[in-house]
Design a protein around this ligand. Sequence first.
Ligand code: SAM
Length: 245
Amino acid sequence: MDYHRNHHARELFDGIAAQYNWVPDLFSFFQYRRWRRYLVANLQAGPDSTVLDLCTGPAGVAMLMARTHHCRVVGVDLSPKMLSRAQHNISKNGLTGQVPLVLGRAEDLAFADESFDAVSVTFLLRYVDDPESTMREIIRVLKPGGRLLSLEFGVPSNPVARALWQVYTRGMLPLAGALVSRGWNKVGAFLGPSISQLYQSNTEDSIRESWLRLGIEDVQVNRLSLGGAVVMWGAKERVTEDSGR
Ligand SMILES: C[S@@+](CC[C@H](N)C(=O)[O-])C[C@H]1O[C@@H](n2cnc3c(N)ncnc32)[C@H](O)[C@@H]1O
């Protein structure tokens, strides 16, 4: 198995964990918190539910889910520094016990089949070699009928918005990152090209078709902030004798 992308992601995110609580919000003109709120509003969960939050980072999404839906949330990430920041945030917010954390890779989850009532994934696809097999592994741990939710960056489709996005991500973001730290400068330079590459090899339609192939139904998509973010959600098919799954 090729762990190259995992190493790259770990190095990248370990290097920016200390400032992750505030920089993404600032660099997205405070849209980041809106995207997270929208994702969490689409979660269907309650006090008896256990939700998996993949790529939990500093646990921003995980804590919002726990507070909004009163559910238990298991946060998974491959960056030890992100998880230590997450632990700090969870303790500070009095959510210890409700939001446990696990160091792990989305490609190879240490959980039994069908163990979660819902799963959320944030900004993962650009860091894996094989998006479809990774999604298969993620869907494996979701209970039938449970909701899968994802948040990814997007590329605006309107030509004017896309031109502005191009100038911002290629020119301004690396410079803004450099004002924060070397780690953020790296992320700032990497982000724009990596988002463009994702959609060159996997169009939004092909991601949606992949979800359907993997047994996710009622797939819905909403683009936020002129297409700068894409939220997708659907439910895992229930097994019936007719479906043969
Ligand atoms: C942009 S951050 C997510 C932020 C977070 N969900 C939040 O609250 O806003 C993306 C995270 O994905 C993690 N990551 C990248 N590749 C991964 C993989 N293959 N498995 C697990 N985590 C991964 C990174 O370490 C990073 O913390």
